[in-house]
Design a protein around this ligand. Structure first.
Ligand code: HSE
Length: 348
């Protein structure tokens, strides 16, 4: 059975959840035809660790925050990201550091170093995909490797792969979605009578919100996801700055109550659609949806996307859009895509 060596870049919630799956459920992977071995980890807090024969995941997962890999063989207090990404014996680099919505760094550099070194990259990081996804995809192709990023939109709910694989043969003309769990949760709690700030505090406590929740509430998180969907699924080349964006910060309790009294619900909607002249328009804005709309019943932190197709009309998929295990599953599905690619390369 083939073994893939992984380098985990970032050892926060998502990569730790992946490490736990590898530690606890090897059968999940062997039944797919491969084994996973973590040979490198880098992290701002822990430093870095490279062990060619495979890292003892139980031991590193048990290390409390505040400790460093410095005392372990192959360890350092320094993250050494560039050196580890370029020179560790990893076949697949798993990038799960924080997202910079401005320039995508340092993740963009992490991805470039890995692809240029001939390593596959899987990532949950929206920044590099939204800001430089097309260039990074070309860089992967020219180096004979793959760049996969299912978790950049709707965590493990496989909307990108679904649209590419299962909707083959259909023409997509629009995607419209609830793409931010925090804002959807907040709007639902406002329907229950909470104020905006109180509802945001709850979403933070539940772990849905970004480190800076203004990205959730102000719409910039959805802007990145809409740009990714527009580029991936509608074949355009837009930058997040091209997505006109309004968040939910100005929606009041009175707005919410008035909508409910008339059978409507406020939702933060991200949409990209192809116009009759071929141009793709992308917008993020709060919309009061009638009860019959397919996205009106999506509650809590759940996300959903409605695809407008030529032969099926509207198809709606809902599922988790955040969460450490849910997002780690996106990495698993990306690693399966790497395996499919590698099998094809061996056959060719
Ligand atoms: N903060 C995001 C959300 C997490 O609330 O949906 C996933 O991007």
């Amino acid at each position: 059975m083939i073994t893939y060596n992984l380098a985990l870049i970032g050892f926060g919630g998502v990569n730790r959840a992946l490490a736990e799956l590898i530690r606890d459920e090897p059968g999940r992977f062997s039944s797919l035809g491969f084994e996973l071995r973590v040979v490198a980890i880098t992290d701002l807090a822990f430093g870095s660790l490279v062990q060619r024969e495979g890292i003892d995941l139980a031991a590193v997962l048990a290390m409390p925050r505040g400790h460093s890999f410095n005392d372990l063989p192959g360890g350092s207090a320094d993250p050494r990201n560039e050196e580890v990404i370029k020179n560790s014996p990893a076949d697949i680099v798993v990038e799960a550091t924080f997202t910079s919505p401005i320039d995508g760094e340092p993740a963009v550099s992490h991805v470039k170093w890995a692809l240029e070194a001939g390593k596959h990259v899987v990532t949950t990081n929206k920044g590099p995909v939204a800001l430089q996804g097309l260039e990074l995809g070309k860089l992967a192709s020219s180096n004979g490797v793959v760049f996969e990023y299912e978790g950049a939109v709707m965590s493990g709910t496989p909307v990108i792969r679904l649209a590419h694989k299962v909707f083959a043969g259909l023409e997509l003309t629009a995607v419209q979605g609830i793409l931010n769990g925090t804002s959807n949760y907040v709007l639902g709690r406002m329907e229950a009578g909470l104020g905006l700030d109180q509802a945001i505090a709850e979403a933070q406590a539940l772990g849905y919100a970004e480190a800076d929740p203004t990205a959730d509430i102000g719409g910039s998180d959805v802007r990145l996801k809409v740009a990714i969907l527009a580029n991936e699924l509608l074949g355009t080349e837009i930058h997040p700055d091209d997505v006109e964006t309004t968040g939910i910060q100005d929606i009041t309790g009175d707005d919410v109550n008035e909508a409910m009294a008339n059978g409507f619900r406020w939702k933060l909607i991200g949409e990209a659609r192809r116009e009759a002249d071929g141009r793709v328009i992308a917008v993020v804005q709060p919309v009061a949806l009638p009860a019959a709309h397919p996205l009106a019943g999506i509650s809590g932190a759940t996300n959903a996307v409605s695809f407008t197709t030529d032969l099926l009309g509207t198809v709606t998929v809902s599922g988790p859009g955040a969460g450490r295990v849910e997002t780690a599953y996106a990495l698993v599905s990306d690693i399966i895509a790497v395996h499919e690619f590698a099998k094809g390369a061996v056959r060719a």
